[in-house]
Design a protein around this ligand. Sequence first.
Ligand code: URA
Length: 252
Amino acid sequence: MADDKEIIRESLKLHLNLAKEMGVGELAFSSPAPSPPPLKGGGISRTPSPLRGEGRGEGEKNAHQLATLRTEIGDCTRCILHKGRTNLVFGVGNPDAELMFVGEGPGADEDLKGEPFVGRAGQLLTKMIEAMGLTRADVYIANIVKCRPPGNRNPEPIEVATCSPFLKRQIDIIGPKVLVCLGKFAAQTLLQTEIPITKLRGEFQDYGAVKVMPTYHPAFLLRNPNMKRAVWEDLKKVMALLGLTPSTSARS
Ligand code: URA
């Protein structure tokens, strides 16, 4: 009996630590009336989505499933990328998010911190999210591969084949309504196409039941700031689909 209690205590501790690692700020344990998913972000107005199943406690269930997936990935050595990594970058954000962003793979800053999109490109992504009237805590952010490719090279096909099933499971668990693919690599990999990003961007594509909006990568925008306008047009289409209005500080 004492042993059982100890096992429960330990597994709860493990889950709480993993949930924290994934950016879950708070876990509610009151069963009859679970709190609705966190909807922060001033200037946002949204209609409740049937996909979110508000009141059914999907955030807790999804957080638990994500923690289980993270445990399964473990201290991964499935591909060669593990040799150069400091931290595996699993993903971060709202486990019940309607909106998910997917990039290519961690860079140097992400590798050091263990969190996606925290470097210069990440700071721009954060601004894009805020311009939509949301915060990083409202959305979920992940990458095609979870370990940094050396010298920020593109991930090799074998690395993508090894790692992308984990991203697919994250998408299945979270069940976003819209997924924004950041850049050519994420868009072409997820959509299994060789169509150039210049042609893909700005038009919704289908990934099962999830609507996918391919757009330019924030790192590309840092080098080509004049393309921010095009990305904002793409994000406005996403906002329209989600019933969001831009924050008052964002461009029209
Ligand atoms: N670029 C990406 O594609 N992902 C990150 O996490 C950071 C930079």
